[in-house]
Design a protein around this ligand. Structure first.
Ligand code: E4P
Length: 216
């Protein structure tokens, strides 16, 4: 499963990239707003740090507007994937972007039938938001499992990008289901290597080594 980082913060992106296991980046208008930065400049900076897919979202909600914004955004850098909301006008735009060879990330997906339509439109990625479904008492990961089954049943090539992940257990569940990608906030990526028994074990190995290291 590929790992994308879900942020527009450059320090977080650099930190995750330095570990050598980062495959891409997702942003959204809220994440960009949090950084109080120029959208275009920030997206290009991100593309220059991570040589992988970088999702940048349109804010138009009509097909003509989505197409014109998306074409412009896609022209900023070869790594860019145009993020399009899962609404009727967005689906129409994805059909056209697909014909033009522009990669898309269909976002704000909350059901498996929505994901089915996005795949038929030719979306490169579908982003089901697991955490936001959990927040309203649904099972976000169950929907990702349904999407996996539908895509496998019919051979859709759209990649499942598990999004809105809130803790390492979400990452584990996405792995078990067979999601193609997980987009994860930096704070959760840092948690993936951590275990108290690892720290305890390492401390005890190092302490024991101190006792014998000078023996000949
Ligand atoms: C995905 O592309 C979205 O940016 C993100 O995962 C949404 O997560 P949130 O529900 O924590 O805002």
């Amino acid at each position: 499963m590929k790992i994308f980082i879900d942020t527009a913060n450059l320090d977080e992106i650099r930190r995750a990239a330095e570990m050598g296991v980062l495959d891409g980046v997702t942003t959204n208008p809220s994440l960009v707003a949090k950084e109080k930065c120029n959208f275009k400049e920030r997206v290009i900076e991100i593309c220059n740090i991570v040589d992988g897919p970088v999702s940048a979202e349109v804010v138009a909600v009509d097909t003509a507007g989505i197409l014109s914004e998306g074409r412009e955004i896609a022209g900023w850098h070869k790594n860019i994937v145009v993020k399009v909301p899962l609404i009727d006008d967005g689906i129409k735009a994805i059909v056209q972007f697909t014909k033009e060879g522009i990669r898309t990330n269909c976002t704000l997906c909350f059901s498996a039938v929505q994901a089915y339509i996005a795949a038929k439109a030719g979306a490169t990625y579908i982003s089901p938001f697991a955490g936001r479904l959990d927040d309203i008492g649904h099972d976000g990961l169950e929907i990702i499992g349904q999407i996996r089954q539908i895509y496998d049943n019919y051979g859709y090539e759209t990649e499942i990008l598990a999004a809105s992940l809130r803790h390492p257990k979400h990452v584990l569940e996405a792995l078990m289901i067979g999601a193609d990608v997980a987009t994860i906030p930096g704070s959760i990526i840092s948690m993936l290597t951590k275990h108290p028994l690892t720290d305890k074990g390492l401390a005890s190995f190092l302490a024991d080594w101190e006792k014998v290291k000078d023996l000949v």
